[in-house]
Design a protein around this ligand. Structure first.
Ligand SMILES: Cc1cc2nc3c(=O)[nH]c(=O)nc-3n(C[C@H](O)[C@H](O)[C@H](O)COP(=O)(O)O)c2cc1C
Length: 161
C-alpha cells in the first residue's frame, strides 16, 4: 500500500535535529545550502554523511568538485540558516556571511560551532536525494550552544548546567 505523503512528512517533523550549512567548491565556484540531513557514519576511518536534493545547486557543485564542508550552526546563526535555504539569496549567500577557505577549498563559515571538511568517498543516489559519504580531512570546533530544528521551527537547547 502506498505511504500517505502527508503522514510521512508529519512523522519526519517529529525528528529534532541540529542545523548545518553544507558548502562546496568546484574551481572558482563556491556555494552552500542549509542541511539538516547530516550524520556521523564511522569513527575509524572518520566518515560523515549528508543528503542533498539532486535538484539543488549545491548538489551540482559537490558532484563537480568532489569536496564539501559541514558547518554546524550555533544558536545565534538562525539568519544564516534562513539565508542558505532561501532561493532569493541563492547567488549572494556567501557574500552575506564571513567565511574562510578550508583545506579542501570549501568555505568554512565564521562562528559555526564546528566545521567538518570532507572529500567525497562515495555517492549513493536514492529517490530525490544523493547520500554523500565524506571522508573527513580536517575538523574545527568551538564550544557554544547549537541551533536546533523541530516541527518546522528553530529551537534552543534547554540548558540544565
Ligand atoms: C532547516 C532546513 C533543513 C534543510 N535540510 C535539507 C537537507 O537536508 N537536504 C537538502 O537537500 N535540502 C535541505 N533544505 C533545503 C535547502 O536548504 C534549500 O532547498 C536550498 O534553497 C537549496 O539551495 P541550492 O539549490 O542553492 O543548493 C533544508 C532547509 C531548511 C530550512
Amino acid at each position: 500500500m502506498p505511504i500517505d505523503q502527508y503522514a510521512f512528512k508529519e512523522a519526519l517533523r517529529s525528528w529534532a535535529s541540529g542545523v548545518t550549512v553544507v558548502t562546496s567548491r568546484a574551481g572558482d565556484k563556491v556555494h552552500g545550502m542549509t542541511v539538516s540531513a547530516f550524520s556521523s557514519v564511522s569513527a575509524d576511518p572518520p566518515l560523515v554523511l549528508v543528503c542533498a536534493n539532486s535538484g539543488s545547486t549545491t548538489h551540482g557543485i559537490i558532484e563537480e568538485g568532489g569536496v564539501f564542508a559541514v558547518n554546524i550552526l550555533a544558536e545565534h546563526q538562525q539568519e544564516v540558516s534562513n539565508v542558505f535555504a532561501s532561493s532569493e539569496y541563492e547567488d549572494s549567500r556567501l557574500e552575506r556571511v564571513s567565511w574562510t577557505e578550508g583545506k579542501t577549498g570549501a568555505p568554512l563559515i565564521d562562528e559555526a560551532l564546528a566545521s567538518i571538511e570532507c572529500e567525497v568517498a562515495s555517492a549513493h543516489r536514492e529517490g530525490s536525494h544523493t547520500i554523500y559519504i565524506g571522508r573527513v580531512e580536517a575538523v574545527h570546533s568551538t564550544d557554544a550552544a547549537p541551533l536546533l530544528y523541530y516541527k518546522g521551527g528553530y529551537r534552543s537547547l534547554l540548558r540544565d548546567d
